[in-house]
Design a protein around this ligand. Structure first.
Ligand code: A2P
Length: 324
């Protein structure tokens, strides 16, 4: 086990969340993800970020329950997140889908449930409902109505906290305009090519944390092109890593923690999971952070491009004049 657990971040509702979690997007369902979650808990991870869309909640939940049964952790020591997919935004589907994720995980409550994206797709179990021309069928459900149904989940005790993912500044303010319960976080892509500094400040002023996904630059995304920048091999990040005798992945993770963000690097490899968790013995200086931030190039790797012309895509064609 790593020598230290991750420090906790306090949410606007008084509850806390470990600042470093394990991402599970692209963690293949089956034995691999089961083993990865078991090993992660053994080495000190207490925050597991998942989603219905990742199609591995059954294995993730089995691992969590086995570790609880073995007495390694108690349920209340863990922070477990799931997310509501785009085809289930209609308010009457929200509780049903939270219960589906709970049932797959085999848990009685979630620590955090997020609206995965602001855009609603045509309702149903076809998660990317495409027509014959490859165009996605949309739904006109408004995410503020979805939010009201998310609030009911807290009132019913199915989830402890609720939040957003991939929402832009305008959409966050629309939710805040109707919210009885404020979102605790907005989970967004973040790394030095897209450091999300303005969105972070905007959310901070409203008492909302930022959770950074793809902090290593999502090197395994299936649509990566050879000419795309590789943050893990970037000379500037390497120079900072050499200075602290750390790896580039460790620097990329600290880059978020030292700016006050929650961060959820994905790995299913025990050696890399431990590497990513062994970051408590160094911090980056303001100068390091500023130096790394010069890599900013509005470089987005995760687009959800099936929905780019949806009226609610956070950075799609209808949001092109919006800065963040
Ligand atoms: P693996 O699961 O085989 O370790 P991101 O969180 O930015 O999406 O990055 C996740 C990707 O980066 C996964 O493909 C993961 O592969 C890889 N990865 C995770 N940790 C490290 C690391 N410490 N060094 C190199 N690659 C890593």
């Amino acid at each position: 086990m790593a020598s230290k657990l991750a420090p906790l971040v306090k949410f606007n509702n008084g509850l806390t969340c470990p600042i470093l979690g394990l991402g599970t997007w692209q963690a293949e369902s089956g034995d691999d993800v089961y083993r990865a979650i078991c090993e992660a808990i053994d080495m000190g991870y207490r925050h597991i970020d998942g989603a219905y869309f990742y199609d591995n909640e059954k294995e993730v939940g089995q691992a969590i329950r086995d570790k609880i049964q073995q007495g390694v952790v108690k349920r209340e020591d863990l922070f477990v997140t799931s997310k509501l997919w785009n085809t289930y935004h209609r308010p009457d589907l929200v509780e049903k889908m939270a219960k589906v994720s709970l049932s797959l995980l085999g848990l009685e409550y979630l620590d955090l449930y997020l609206i995965h994206w602001p855009m609603a797709y045509k309702e149903g179990d076809n998660l990317i409902p495409l027509d014959a021309n490859g165009k996605c069928y949309y739904s006109d459900v408004d995410y503020v109505d979805t939010w009201k149904a998310m609030e009911n989940l807290v009132e019913k005790g199915l989830v402890k906290s609720i939040g957003l993912s991939n929402f832009n500044s305008k959409q966050i303010d629309r939710v805040l305009g109707i919210a009885k319960i404020k979102p605790v976080t907005n989970q967004v892509e973040s790394h030095p090519c897209l450091p999300q500094t303005k969105l972070f400040e905007f959310c901070k002023a409203r008492g909302i944390t930022i959770t950074a996904y793809s902090p290593l630059g999502s090197p395994a995304r299936p649509w990566a092109k050879p000419e795309d920048p590789s943050l893990l091999d970037d000379p500037k990040i390497k120079a900072v890593a050499n200075k602290y005798k750390k790896t580039t992945a460790q620097v990329l993770i600290r880059y978020h923690i030292d700016r006050g963000m929650i961060v959820i690097p994905k790995s299913s490899n025990p050696k890399r999971m431990l590497e990513n968790f062994s970051i408590w013995d160094f911090t980056l200086t303001k100068e390091d952070v500023a130096d790394i931030s010069t890599l900013e190039c509005n470089g987005r790797f995760v687009l959800e491009d099936e929905g780019l012309d949806h009226k609610d895509h956070p950075f799609g064609v209808h949001a092109k004049d919006l800065e963040f």
